[in-house]
Design a protein around this ligand. Structure first.
Ligand SMILES: [Zn+2]
Length: 313
């Protein structure tokens, strides 16, 4: 079995960092559970690459949830990534949505300008009452990379450039990021702002020579050498993202509790038992009348969950 790889590097003596990711195996696992139209696959695969690239730089113990809420034929794209780079993703489409192979982000998710890009940081260990951090911005851009670049600049004040590509088999990405200069901190090789800006501009220029086709067809170690062979870069130990679904029977039970006893009992009366499939991995959970009675008998209150499946009211 092939293993996915995320490779971090920095430009020596310059405040620029880079990452290349090949997340194709994880991407194929995500798709194995769904049949998505070509255009949806392209966007979701690009988001999976982007989520891995952004998560790898977070010094944060928890999950990053990246969502695009759409106003077109696609209602939602979701990617989750935890601090060990374990990922899952899913898409929700309108019923009977007709989607052309070459449909872009605007066609699919931002037809009337009401699409939203949402990033949620959900800590693994929350103190009671703690809310996850959430950033919400309009879909400012024609593709996933541009939307995220704008988000990173406005919300995180980080100049970031992304190149993302995905098809049925492959999902890869390149990230370049200009790091803030450490004001007043004594360093062995201090970088002047001019020098840092020059390296950043050069790195971005090299990145811009990368075409989508080339990103899809070339291994990331080859790409790194091909793009940056004239630069002095330091390469770190690679890390390995993977597919993992965090669904459990407890979490599904919690979701039922949040629906409320009346609604659950109505559904039980109609169907005899409740069958729920995980949106991410397709795992099937069943609750009969006895299971449901037990859920509502326990005094523990339903714990608020960040669950990207739509909240039913
Ligand atoms: Zn699952």
């Amino acid at each position: 079995m092939t293993q996915d790889t995320l490779q971090k590097f920095i430009f020596e003596n310059a405040a620029v960092r880079g990452e290349l990711v090949d997340i194709s195996a994880t991407w194929r696992e995500i798709q194995a559970r769904h049949q998505y139209p070509v255009a949806v696959k392209r966007l979701l695969g690009q988001m999976v690459s982007a989520a891995a690239l952004l998560s790898a730089n977070l010094k944060f113990n928890g999950s990053i949830v990246m969502q695009i809420h759409g106003d077109g034929p696609v209602r939602l794209l979701v990617v989750e990534c935890d601090s060990q780079l374990r990922m899952r993703a899913t898409a929700k489409l309108n019923e009977d949505a007709q989607i052309a192979d070459d449909a872009n982000l605007t066609d699919l998710l931002n037809q009337t300008g009401r699409g939203r890009f949402v990033i949620t940081l959900d800590p693994a260990e929350k103190v009671p009452g703690q809310q996850p951090y959430q950033g919400v911005v309009p879909l400012d851009g024609e593709d996933v990379a541009t939307v995220i670049e704008h988000y990173m600049l406005r919300s995180e004040q980080l100049d970031t450039q992304l190149w993302l590509a995905a098809d049925d088999n492959v999902a890869r990405g390149l990230l370049l990021q200009k790091l803030p200069l450490h004001g007043g901190k004594a360093e062995a090789h201090p970088v002047s702002p001019e020098e840092a800006l020059e390296t950043w501009n050069r790195a971005v220029m090299l990145g811009r020579t990368l075409k989508e086709e080339e990103l899809l067809s070339t291994e990331i170690d080859v790409l790194q050498k091909r793009l940056f062979w004239e630069e002095t870069i330091r390469v770190f130990d690679p890390v390995h993202p993977s597919f993992h679904c965090s669904c459990t029977r407890d979490k599904v039970g919690n979701m039922l509790k949040m629906l409320g006893q009346a609604e659950v009992e109505d559904a039980l009366a109609e169907q005899g038992k409740l069958g729920i499939n995980c949106d991410f991995c397709g795992k099937h959970y069943e609750y009969d009348a006895v299971d449901c009675a037990q859920l509502f008998a326990s005094d523990a209150p339903a714990e608020a969950l960040i669950h990207p499946t739509e909240a039913k009211h």
